[in-house]
Design a protein around this ligand. Structure first.
Ligand code: DO4
Ligand code: MG
Length: 280
C-alpha cells in the first residue's frame, strides 16, 4: 500500500487501484497505529478509479506536514571510510571510526518540514561549498508511539568539504533550505521491509548518467529498531517523524553536483525520488 500527498488530495494505491482519502490533515492521516489495517479499512468504503493515478502524475508534495526529519550517519562501511578520508586533515577521522563501532549511533537533526522537498521538486547546494553530493537513504516513517509504520525514499544532501573541514560543522553541511528530499510516497507494508531491498542511485547531467550504483539495505551495520530506540529515548514526536537511515552509496571523491543535475533514487517496493539541483 502506498500513500501520496498530491496537490488535490491524499491518494492511496493498493493492488494497482487508486483511491482518494477523505482525510484532509496529513498529520492525522499518517500518525495512526496499525496504519496498514486502518488504510485497508478506509479503502473498503471508497470508490476506486484508475483516473486517480493522474493526481499523482500531476504533481506531488513531500509526504510530510509537521514531522521533523532526523538522520542516522555512518551506518554503512562505505560511509565510515569516505568520512574518515575527507576529515583526515582536520583530525576528525577518529570520530567516524569510533562511532561506526560504538553502542550509541550517530543521529542528527536534518530538517524541519519547510526545508524538505518532494519528488519532482528541486534540491539545492550551498553557495559557500564546492563539494556536494546526494545521499540516497531508506527513510523510516515512525508514528508518535515509536512504531515504524512506513518507508520512503530520502536524499540527505551533503556538503562534503564543510563536513570534512571540521566535524563540528556537520549541521551546516547537512541542514539548509531544500537540503532534504523525501518521496514519492510513503509505502506501508504489513511486515518490516525486506533486508534484500535494493537502493539505486543515478545522477544525470545533460541526460547522461555520470554516476550510478546500488546497495542492499542488509549492508547496514545497525537495525532500524535500534536507531528508533535511540531517537525516541528522550524526545517525543507528537505527529511522528522521519528518520533517514544513512548512506552506503558515495560517488568517488572527484565527483561534485552541479546546478541542473538530476538525481534519481529508487528503492524496491517504494518508488523513485527524482530531484533536480536548482540555481544556487
Ligand atoms: O557524520 C556524517 C554524516 C553521515 C551521514 O549522513 C551518512 O552516513 O549517511
Ligand atoms: Mg546521510
Amino acid at each position: 500500500m502506498k500513500i501520496y500527498k498530491t496537490l488535490q488530495g491524499f491518494v492511496i494505491e493498493h493492488e494497482s487501484q487508486f483511491y482518494i482519502s477523505r482525510h484532509i490533515d496529513w498529520d492525522l492521516f499518517v500518525n495512526r497505529e496499525d496504519l496498514y489495517f486502518e488504510l485497508q479499512r478506509e479503502i473498503q468504503l471508497l470508490p476506486a478509479a484508475s483516473e486517480y493515478k493522474s493526481l499523482i502524475d500531476n504533481g506531488l508534495q513531500a509526504p510530510i506536514q509537521s514531522q521533523e526529519v532526523w538522520a542516522a550517519g555512518v551506518t554503512y562501511l562505505k560511509s565510515r571510510n569516505a568520512r574518515m578520508e575527507e576529515s583526515k586533515k582536520s583530525g576528525g577521522d577518529n570520530f567516524y571510526d569510533r562511532v561506526y563501532d560504538a553502542d550509541r549511533p550517530e543521529i542528527f537533526f536534518k530538517a524541519s518540514p519547510h526545508r524538505v522537498v518532494g519528488s519532482g521538486q528541486n534540491v539545492r547546494i550551498r553557495r559557500d561549498s564546492k563539494w556536494n553530493v546526494p545521499e540516497p537513504e531508506l527513510t523510516l516513517f515512525i508514528n508518535s508511539k515509536g512504531q515504524i509504520s512506513g518507508y520512503t525514499v530520502g536524499n540527505d544532501m551533503s556538503s562534503r568539504d564543510i563536513e570534512g573541514e571540521n566535524p563540528l560543522y556537520l549541521p551546516q553541511a547537512k541542514t539548509y533550505d531544500k537540503s532534504a528530499a523525501i518521496g514519492p510516497c510513503i509505502a506501508i507494508f504489513d511486515e518490516p521491509i525486506s533486508p534484500e531491498t535494493i537502493i539505486t542511485i543515478e545522477i544525470l547531467r545533460y541526460e547522461i548518467t555520470l554516476f550510478s550504483n546500488s546497495i542492499e539495505i542488509n549492508q547496514m551495520k545497525r537495525k532500524h529498531t535500534e536507531l528508533v530506540e535511540f531517537l525516541f529515548r528522550e524526545s517525543s514526536f507528537p505527529n511522528g517523524c522521519f528518520l533517514m537511515t544513512g548512506t552506503g552509496l558515495v560517488p568517488n571523491d572527484e565527483f561534485t553536483l552541479e546546478v541542473g543535475d538530476e538525481i534519481r533514487i529508487t528503492i524496491d517496493g517504494i518508488g523513485t525520488l527524482v530531484n533536480t539541483v536548482e540555481m544556487k
